[in-house]
Design a binder for this molecule. Structure first.
Ligand SMILES: [Zn+2]
Length: 329
C-alpha cells in the first residue's frame, strides 16, 4: 500500500500510482527488473543497453479532478525482453483481445472457441531458437491453410512463448492459439478434429520426423468463478495474452547463466512477431483501429483512460538510480 504523501528520509515523495480498483501499479518492481536486464546487456556489450536503461525513466502523469492518475508521457524501449515493456504490452494485449473477442461474439454468437497449444522439441542455443521460431511461424501459416482446419475457421489469435528449462538449460518454444470456429466443427467426423488429428496436422505442417506435443481443448463459455465472473474465454485470452518470456527466466541471480540466457533469447527473438491475429479477429482488430501491440504506443494501455475526465494538473516522476525508486519532482 502507498499513499500520495509517502515520504522517505529525505522528505521526497515516492511515486504511487493506484488504480480505481485500489491496485498499486508495479512501476518500481518493473523498473528494477528493467535495470537488471540492462546490466546484463551492458556486460554482453549490446549497443541497445543504453537505450534500455532509459526505458520508463521519466513518467509524466495527468491527475484528474477526481484525483485519478493517468500516465500521459513516457518513453519505452520496446526491447523484446524488457520487463517494463512486457508488462505494458501484456496489459495492452489483454484489453485489445477482450474488445476483439466481445465483438466477434456479438457477430458470431454461435461460434465455438478452442484453445490449442502447439510445441516442438526444445532447442539449446540462440541460433537454434531463431530457426525454430521462424519455422513455427511458417508451420502455423501452413496449418491454417489445410482444408480440414480452414473449413470451419472463423479466426484466431496466436502468441508464442519461450520458457527456459532450468534442468538442462534448454528452451521450449510453443504457441498458444485461441481459435474461433463454426459450431458445426463439433458435428460429424468430416468437421471435427481430435487431438490426434491436430497432432498429425502440426507434424505435417512442421515437417517433423517425430510426434510433437499438441494439446487442444474446447473453451466452455460458462462462468468459472462466480465471484469474479471470469468466463472461460477470458481465462483463455489471459493465457494467450501473457508475456512471451518471463523475466524470472533470465533474472535468476546466477550471473553466468543469466548472461547466456539473455544472449540466446536476444538472438532467438530478434525480429519475431510473437503475437498475431487471423480471420475475423484480424478484421475486427483492423476495424477498431487498434494499434500494433509490439510496435505501438505503450503509454496508454488500459481501458480506464476514457477522455471524459479532465486533467487538473500533471506530476512527473523520475527514477532515482541511487535510491532505486521513483520520486516525484
Ligand atoms: Zn523497455
Amino acid at each position: 500500500m502507498c499513499t500520495h504523501d509517502n515520504m522517505d528520509l529525505d522528505q521526497k515523495t515516492v511515486l504511487c500510482d493506484k488504480k480505481a480498483n485500489g491496485k498499486v501499479q508495479p512501476w518500481k518492481e518493473k523498473k528494477l527488473a528493467n535495470v537488471g536486464y540492462f546490466e546484463l546487456l551492458e556486460i554482453l556489450q549490446f549497443k541497445k543497453a543504453e537505450r534500455v536503461s532509459t526505458c520508463g525513466e521519466i513518467l509524466e502523469f495527468d491527475i484528474t479532478h477526481e484525483g485519478r492518475m493517468k500516465l500521459a508521457k513516457a518513453w519505452f524501449c520496446k526491447s523484446p525482453l524488457c520487463p517494463m515493456c512486457n508488462w505494458r504490452k501484456t496489459m495492452k494485449r489483454s484489453i485489445q483481445t477482450t474488445k476483439i473477442i466481445e465483438e466477434v461474439i456479438r457477430q458470431k454468437p454461435k461460434a465455438r472457441w478452442l484453445f490449442l497449444t502447439l510445441s516442438v522439441k526444445n532447442v539449446f542455443d540462440g541460433k537454434e531458437l531463431d530457426k525454430s521460431l521462424k519455422a513455427m511461424a511458417e508451420g502455423f501459416r501452413r496449418l491454417m491453410l489445410y482444408k480440414k482446419v480452414k473449413q470451419n475457421m472463423i479466426g484466431f489469435m496466436r502468441s508464442t512463448e519461450v520458457t527456459v528449462n532450468k534442468k538442462d538449460g534448454s528452451y521450449n518454444q510453443h504457441m498458444h492459439v485461441l481459435l474461433c470456429v463454426e459450431s458445426k466443427y463439433f458435428k460429424g467426423a468430416e468437421n471435427y478434429l481430435s487431438q490426434e488429428d491436430w497432432t498429425s496436422l502440426w507434424q505435417k505442417a512442421m515437417k517433423l520426423d517425430y510426434v510433437p506435443v499438441v494439446h487442444i481443448e474446447a473453451v466452455k463459455n460458462k462462468k468459472r468463478n462466480k465471484k469474479k465472473e471470469v468466463t472461460a474465454i477470458q481465462a483463455a485470452v489471459q493465457e494467450t495474452a501473457k508475456y512471451s518470456v518471463k523475466d524470472a527466466d533470465y533474472l535468476t541471480g546466477n550471473l553466468e547463466n543469466d548472461l547466456e540466457v539473455v544472449k540466446d533469447l536476444e538472438e532467438g527473438l530478434y525480429r519475431k512477431r510473437m503475437i498475431a491475429y487471423g480471420g475475423l479477429l484480424k478484421e475486427v482488430h483492423k476495424r477498431f483501429n487498434l494499434d500494433d501491440v509490439e510496435d505501438g504506443d505503450l503509454v496508454r494501455v488500459d481501458d480506464e483512460d476514457s477522455d471524459v475526465e479532465e486533467k487538473a494538473y500533471s506530476i512527473v516522476a523520475f527514477w532515482n538510480w541511487e535510491q532505486q525508486n521513483y520520486y516525484l519532482n
